[in-house]
Each structure stands twice: as structure tokens, then as C-alpha cells.
Design a protein around this ligand. Structure first.
Ligand code: SAM
Length: 227
């Protein structure tokens, strides 16, 4: 039976890809990955040096916005094509930035291919870990709780969630920095926040929230909030 691998390729630094992921990428004949309408996308870029010549590639092209319709169509078509490869007996590795099961595109594919193939998932170094390492920020000690949330929540909900834990890690912060700033000012935790952009990549940046607002936030950034 052919296998579908969900491969976490880590947060950007190619050295943060696991030995297991590297081994599987050297063995499969088909790779798939999410990609923008043009270009190869971050997951493939990270793993590029490990992709052998001549493998069949299935890019799942979608608008990198909140447009779920474009994404769903890409996952449907991608799942069909991957299914054809699996039925022909070819193992397929789906590349996913960071870890495949944390806000990862592999989740949507797994839902569609569940029951059609044997699935094996290779965990990856996730962006909160890479961001914490970049900022020298302890995520938790002793009895502390950590919360991982998208910054897309409304202001009141964000405030409620962050107030409930010692550490919050906010994803997809790009266009939400002003809202995050208001919430943290209200909670008296503005000076405990670190904006981390492109963690582990050559152009990584660790900034205060005010510095980030002045510069402008990007999609590949997190805000870590301590207490
Ligand atoms: C769709 S989620 C994918 C998360 C990924 N599966 C993981 O395990 O880190 C994309 C969000 O992850 C965060 N992210 C991913 N890579 C990052 C990096 N290298 N530095 C900072 N944030 C990152 C950003 O908040 C971005 O908006």
C-alpha cells in the first residue's frame, strides 16, 4: 500500500528539518506542497536542497489570503491528484512549513484522504519554538500555561484568552498589530511582548510591538506574550 507522508519541514532554517524528513524526501518519487499562484512557496523553498531531480511535483496553488473558496478548490484538486499517485503505488510526501498539525495545510489534505491511504506524519520544529529561541523567551516553567491562538479573534475574545494564561503565542499577526497593542496595554503586558518575524531565517527580526507597528507587520510573524 502506498503511503502519504505529512512532512514538517520546520520554520525556515533548512538545518531545522529532521533527519527523518530528510530520509523520506530522499526516498519518495512524488512530492506535494502548498504554493501561491506563482512561485514555489515557503515549504518547498525550505526543503529545496533535499528534493531529488526528477521527482513528480504536485503544487497545490491557492491565493494566500483568507479566501477559503480558492483554498478548498486547491485542496480538492490536490487530493484527487495525490490519490491517483497513491493508487498507482507511489508514496507521496506533502511538505508543510513548521509542524503539519499546527495550523498546517496538511490537516485539510488529511481530512480529504483519510481512509484512502496509510498516513504517516513527521512532526516538524514549529514556529513558536523557533520564535522563542530567537527571542530567548521561556515558553513555560513549572505550572505555567501556554496558549496558541490566531490573532484574528475579536478584541474582547483576545483579551479574555490572553488574560487566562501566563504565556500566549499569537499567530498570523501581520494585520492585527494595533489591535494586539490595545489589548496588551489594557492588560498591562505591553512590555512583555516580543514580535518575531521569519524566525530561524536569514532575515529574522525580533522587535518590540511598537517597533513592529512602526515597521509594519508581515504574515510570517508571531507575537509572544509573557507575564
Ligand atoms: C498557517 S500557520 C503555519 C504554522 C506552522 N505549521 C507551524 O508549525 O509553525 C502560519 C503562521 O505561522 C507563523 N509562522 C510560521 N513560520 C514562522 C516563522 N518562521 N517565524 C514567525 N512566525 C511564523 C505565523 O504566525 C504565520 O502567520
Amino acid at each position: 500500500v502506498a503511503k502519504l507522508y505529512g512532512i514538517g519541514v520546520g520554520p525556515g532554517d533548512p538545518e531545522l528539518l529532521t533527519l527523518k524528513a530528510a530520509r523520506i524526501l530522499s526516498e519518495v518519487l512524488v512530492i506535494a506542497y502548498p504554493a501561491p499562484l506563482e512561485g514555489q512557496g515557503l515549504a518547498r523553498t525550505i526543503a529545496e536542497y533535499l528534493i531529488p531531480q526528477g521527482v513528480t511535483e504536485i503544487p497545490l496553488r491557492m491565493e494566500m489570503t483568507l479566501n477559503r473558496q480558492s483554498a478548498n478548490a486547491a485542496y480538492d484538486a490536490g487530493a484527487d491528484e495525490i490519490n491517483r499517485q497513491l493508487r498507482a503505488g507511489n508514496d507521496v510526501a506533502f511538505l508543510c512549513e513548521g509542524d503539519p498539525l499546527l495550523f498546517g495545510s496538511f490537516i485539510y489534505l488529511m481530512e480529504r484522504l483519510h481512509g484512502h491511504a496509510e498516513i504517516e506524519i513527521v512532526p516538524g520544529v514549529s514556529s513558536p519554538m523557533a520564535a522563542a529561541a530567537a527571542a530567548h523567551f521561556p515558553l513555560a516553567t513549572q505550572d505555567e500555561a501556554v496558549l496558541l491562538i490566531p490573532a484574528t479573534h475579536g478584541e474582547a475574545e483576545l483579551e479574555r484568552l490572553i488574560a487566562s494564561v501566563q504565556t500566549a503565542c499569537l499567530f498570523k499577526v501581520g494585520r492585527h498589530l494595533e489591535k494586539i497593542r490595545r489589548v496588551l496595554a489594557k492588560l498591562g503586558r505591553l512590555d512583555k511582548a516580543h514580535y518575531v518575524e521569519r524566525a530561524s531565517q536569514a532575515d529574522q527580526k525580533v522587535l518590540s510591538l511598537d517597533e513592529a507597528i512602526e515597521k509594519g507587520g508581515i504574515y510570517f510573524a508571531l507575537v509572544l506574550v509573557g507575564s
